[in-house]
Design a binder for this molecule. Structure first.
Ligand code: 13P
Length: 257
């Protein structure tokens, strides 16, 4: 039995029609998972597809639909936004928060993300907090301090109870959609840095309960190598999650027992 959840998370981003979404959800849910061994599958879909995809995944133990974002406030005059309380009313219990595309294109700062984390937790939604450095920072060798600052600014106000079983996704920006994956050693090194940060802020038991996913050009051919590292607890997958056989193979690459 794994000490923490091992998770294969799909991030469909802004892709697919409604019918294509339903077809893909049906196809991937054919893959059985070992929920008893702590395996889980999250499928992060565009807002309009949350309910139809939830309908399809509902009967599959260990499969959960996931929002890709939520608002930093609960309600009011914020045209175009979707709040955590709305998601709660739809029985959605997971949301990505702080994806690098949100940070870059929609100017979401570490401070705004701290608010989003709070709105999620207040409304019973499990955040999947995304972090990761750009290429320039990696080239200067400052990736650890960069990611630690993201964690400190957005998460360090959380209580031990809130951090227990939390989900973090490390996605180096230079590896997203580029076909250039971090090596499994680079992933392990950063995941250990993240787990050590949690130990320092909270304690070793809390750190051991947190699932840390790797994201950035994960595919069926590299998933087992990356997921096999001791501090890598699965992956957050973009492009390859749109191909049923690819994502099913990635699910079956989660670490066993
Ligand atoms: P790719 O798997 O397409 O590199 O995307 C990773 C990602 O951004 C998942 O959130």
């Amino acid at each position: 039995m794994n000490i923490r959840k091992q998770i294969a998370a799909a991030n469909w981003k802004m892709n697919l029609s409604l019918q294509e979404s339903k077809n893909l959800a049906s196809a991937i849910s054919q893959q059985d998972i070992d929920a008893g061994a702590g395996h889980a599958v999250l499928v992060a879909v565009p807002f309009p597809y949350l309910i139809p995809v939830q309908e399809i995944l509902r009967s599959k133990s260990g499969y959960h639909v996931c929002a890709q974002n939520l608002a930093s406030v609960n309600n009011g005059a914020y045209t175009g936004e979707v709040s955590a309380s709305m998601l709660q009313s739809m029985s959605i219990s997971y949301a990505l928060i702080g994806h690098s595309e949100r940070r870059e294109y929609y100017h979401e700062t570490n401070e705004i993300l701290a608010e989003k984390i709070n709105r999620a937790l207040e409304n019973g939604i499990n955040p999947v907090f995304c972090c990761g450095e750009p290429l320039s920072v990696r080239e200067e060798g400052r990736q650890n301090e960069y990611v630690e600052k993201q964690l400190t600014d957005s998460l360090s106000h959380l209580s031990k109870d809130q951090m227990k079983g939390f989900i973090i996704a490390y996605e180096p920006i230079w590896a997203i959609g580029t076909g250039k994956t971090a090596s499994s050693e680079q992933a392990q090194d950063m995941h250990l840095t993240i787990r050590n940060w949690i130990t320092k802020q909270y304690d070793a038991d809390i750190a051991a309960s947190v699932s840390i996913l790797y994201g950035g050009s994960v595919k069926s051919s590299n998933a087992a190598d990356i997921f096999g590292k001791p501090d890598v607890d699965g992956g957050l997958v973009g492009g390859a999650s749109l191909i049923p056989d690819e994502f099913k193979a990635i699910i079956s690459s989660l670490k066993k027992g």
